[in-house]
Design a protein around this ligand. Structure first.
Ligand code: FAD
Length: 284
């Protein structure tokens, strides 16, 4: 089979998709696309590409049934500029290959992340890992931003001073904060990208990495639109139910009333979670 060329992906190669205040994602290269997924899946049955509709249906079938290996045949390489605290979360995804700028070799740039003022929030009261959805007082938000900025300025001034004094760059950098931007090349196949996106597009993920995940999905849509459509239909846009929740769902579909503390239904927090899941269409 010939090399797979996807015109929509060719058109965005090397284009920067801005993320946060100074970050970006660029698609450096890609291998395969929807067509490659179909070709590699059909090899199991010795059949070639069929009609567009049949190919889209095959992709949807594969994704729905978690027949994932054909998606591993599509590979994407990205150049990403991201704050170190986002990189710390990102790097937990082990099924990718990456190469990061070296702070031992290069002098780090004066690039720090400052959140937009509307994204400065108090600690959430009910989610220990998240921000409150309550709007924050504007003066307090300005105060927070000024404090972050002052810390970054001081840290970078100290760093520059140490570098100028001839201190090893690998030591001079150790007090630089998590808001400093770093850069890397990141290569991943489509199956593992979908796993990354499932976790990082989720509302439980931190806003900043979520924004990168959204940009990654926009780019992946150019490379493999049918695959991404099925991913959005069955995975990021779908909801899974536990055994008990599924039993409750069946009970209600059979005409039983929903409500707290029903004899054979869900109760308490489990019921609240289930109802919230139904209401919001999100994994709770
Ligand atoms: C909302 C959120 C909050 C989080 N909070 C924390 C936190 O507080 N502290 C923290 O430390 N982490 C936290 N994490 C990170 C999380 O625990 C995972 O490490 C991260 O999401 C990567 O998931 P993964 O291992 O499935 O992905 P990958 O590393 O990409 O792996 C993909 C899949 O490959 C398989 N796999 C890969 N490597 C191995 C291996 N060595 N052995 C067996 N199977 C393997 C597994 O099936 C895995 O699911 C958080 C993640 C999210 C999304």
């Amino acid at each position: 089979m010939a090399h797979c060329v996807v015109p929509e992906a060719e058109a965005i190669l090397d284009r920067e998709f801005p993320v946060l205040d100074k970050g970006f994602i660029r698609l450096v290269d890609y291998l395969g696309g929807d067509e490659r997924v179909v070709q590699s899946a059909r090899v199991s049955y010795g059949e070639g590409t069929k009609s567009y509709r049949e190919d889209a249906a095959l992709i949807d079938y594969l994704l729905r049934h978690r027949h994932t290996s054909p998606f591993e045949q599509v590979i994407l390489t990205f150049h990403v500029k991201l704050p170190i605290f986002v990189a710390r979360q990102w790097i937990r995804h082990r099924t990718a290959r990456l190469n990061e700028i070296s702070g031992r070799y290069s002098v780090m740039k004066d690039d720090f992340y400052l959140p937009a003022s509307e994204n400065v929030s108090l600690q959430s009261k009910d989610n220990k890992q998240g921000r409150s959805a309550e709007p924050m007082d504007k003066d307090l938000s300005a105060q927070v931003l000024a404090s972050l900025k002052a810390g970054q300025k001081k840290a970078y001034a100290d760093y520059t001073e140490l570098v100028d004094e001839g201190i090893a760059r690998e030591l001079a950098r150790v007090n630089l904060p998590l808001s400093l931007y770093t850069e890397w090349y990141w290569q991943i196949d489509l199956h593992n990208l979908f796993h990354f996106l499932e976790l990082r597009l989720d509302t439980h993920a931190q806003l900043e990495i979520r924004l990168y995940a959204e940009a990654l999905l926009d780019i992946a849509k150019k490379v493999a639109p049918r695959c991404c459509e099925s991913f959005e239909r069955h995975i990021s846009g779908g909801v899974t139910f536990s055994k008990e929740e599924f039993a409750e769902l069946k009970r209600r579909l059979a005409g039983a009333e929903g409500g707290k503390n029903t004899a054979d239904g869900l109760s308490g927090k489990v019921l609240d979670r289930f109802e919230e899941k139904i209401r919001s269409g999100k994994q709770i």
